[in-house]
Write a protein that binds this ligand. Structure first.
Ligand code: 6PG
Length: 499
């Protein structure tokens, strides 16, 4: 291939990078590839990349020369310092109007910084969330690109084609400026943590209280996957229960180590939620559950010291408990997504990203780890009301909670009585029980307010009017203009419900 011919280039040939290259090539694009270790490039070119429209390059200069203008260079390396190292090597060789795309799980504030730095030389920087793991990268991931709109126009023909397709719609839409794409991916991962933890808790109740074995569990999850819970994670959970450990001949799930690690995106989601005063208690429970699980040795010692609960064998109706757990899983999942979507909405205001929550739910329907039938319901909710302040307030979700509420409580209370930890189920239910109440127990924390003297009150009001920042119009406080306040939105929902 002659120089300046490749449609796109990719740096970083670990498995995600390799698979993305093969995906791009299979959709008709020519791809230049580069890896810091040349042997990796050579091995790929001679192996999976053989006889394909893929050009291996051995230096960064050769890589840049291989690209068509405006050059599009995608980086698939470990988040953090390696991304900066690649950009520092690559950017001086690029020209105004070229585009660098970071497809790793980078922290959105790093993406904002990198975008600003590159802006000075006129190079576009796209922070793109890529979800779907190795398989998604190869067959079609969910892509969440953020950066300038101009850069989106440049990469859109390639990205829309390599993304997963659902009902003829690519799972890739422009998210917003600077760090928006990586922020959306970060919250996706937080929600993914929540989904996984909720599944773990459903499993714990069914196994430890209902006494189900692996084949029964596989059947139950497969059954659930035919209904409202239909999703990638439920599907693979049912498959996991069928896996047998070749060494012991036992179900793999019974011998696997109960220690979960984490790469950081869940914790970043929590940090951002705290900063913005948004409750994401389900995700929080999921992150903390991973932390406790990782302290295996300490738990083993503690189990020898701490009193265990005196529990009686479960004598209730097993089929009823299974239904209760399914309902608890669905209701808790709704709460988790309600919290995650609220976080996205608040971040959008804070960073002026103008995120479209309906678009986000649309591109999560396929390709990504949290893909689920249920996301169609979220898309519909935002079609009904793009300014919906909380998913729970959408009529469809309120009805589900109405239907599942009793069983949700049965599942949580049964777990508590039997000493089975269900932090994400309980946190979700506690969130619902707090959010649905007009008056909360927090009143005890408040000292009764003395009414100030009338003259003093007038002065306070005057001072407030002038000095309290919240008294200033949103634009004057540097916040984007919102066509509708939160209170107005609630009044409107109530009016609509009254009809
Ligand atoms: C994806 C995944 C993927 C990975 C995360 C979370 O969307 O394809 O989210 O990015 O699962 O990095 O990893 P940990 O669970 O190890 O933190």
């Amino acid at each position: 291939m002659t120089p300046n011919q490749c449609d796109i280039g990719l740096i970083g040939l670990a498995v995600m990078g390799e698979n993305l290259v093969l995906n791009m090539e299979s959709k008709g694009f020519s791809v230049a590839v580069f890896n810091r270790t040349t042997e990796v490039t050579d091995k790929f070119a001679a192996g999976r990349g053989r006889n394909k429209n893929i050009q291996p390059t051995r230096t960064m200069e050769e890589f840049v020369r291989a690209l068509k203008r405006p050059r599009k260079a995608m980086i698939m390396v470990k988040a953090g310092a390696p991304v900066d190292a690649v950009i520092n090597q690559l950017a001086p060789l690029l020209e105004k109007g070229d585009v660098i795309i970071d497809g790793g799980n980078s922290l959105f504030t790093d993406t904002q910084r990198r975008g600003k730095e590159l802006e000075q030389s006129g190079i576009h920087f796209v922070g793109c969330g890529v979800s779907g793991g190795e398989e998604g990268a190869l067959k079609g991931p969910s892509l969440m690109p953020g950066g300038s709109r101009e850069s989106w126009e440049i990469i859109a023909p390639i990205f829309r084609k390599i993304a997963a397709q659902v009902e003829g719609e690519p799972c890739c839409r422009y998210m917003g400026p600077d760090g928006a794409g990586h922020y959306v991916k970060m919250v996706h991962n937080g929600i993914e943590y929540g989904d996984i933890q909720l599944i773990c808790e459903a499993y714990a109740i069914l196994k430890d209280i209902a006494g189900m074995d692996a084949p029964e569990l596989a059947g139950t999850f497969a059954e659930w996957n035919k209904g409202e819970l239909d999703s990638y994670l439920i599907e693979i959970t049912s498959q996991i229960f069928r896996k047998i450990d070749p060494e012991t001949g036992k179900p793999l799930v019974d011998v696997i180590l109960d220690k979960a690690g984490q790469k950081g995106t869940g914790i970043w989601t929590l940090q951002s939620a705290i900063k913005q005063s948004i409750v994401i208690s389900t995700i929080n429970a999921a992150v903390e559950a991973r932390v406790i699980s990782s302290r295996k040795e300490e738990r083993v010692e503690a189990s020898k010291i701490l009193p265990q609960p005196k529990v009686e064998k479960f004598e209730g109706d097993r089929a009823h408990l299974v239904d209760a757990v399914r309902d608890a899983l669905y209701a808790s999942k709704i709460v988790s997504y309600a919290q995650g979507m609220e976080l996205l909405g608040t971040a959008s205001t804070e960073y002026r990203w103008n995120l479209n929550l309906g678009d986000i739910a649309t591109i999560w329907r396929g390709g990504c780890i949290i893909r689920a039938k249920f996301l169609n319901r979220i898309v519909e909710a935002y079609q009904r009301d793009p300014m919906l302040p909380n998913l729970l307030l959408d009529r469809y979700f309120t009805d589900i909670i109405e239907r599942t509420q009793h069983n949700w409580r049965i599942a949580v209370s049964t777990a508590v009585l039997h000493g089975v930890a269900v932090p994400a189920f309980s946190a979700s239910l506690a969130y619902f029980d707090s959010y649905r109440q007009a008056r909360l127990s927090s009143r005890i924390k408040n000292r009764p307010k003395k009414r100030p003297h009338r003259k003093r009150q007038r002065r306070i009001t005057r001072v407030n009017r002038v000095a309290r920042p919240s008294r200033l119009p949103r634009q004057a406080r540097g916040l984007p203009y919102l066509s509708e306040s939160r209170a107005t939105r609630f009044r409107r929902i109530l009016r609509a419900r009254a009809v």
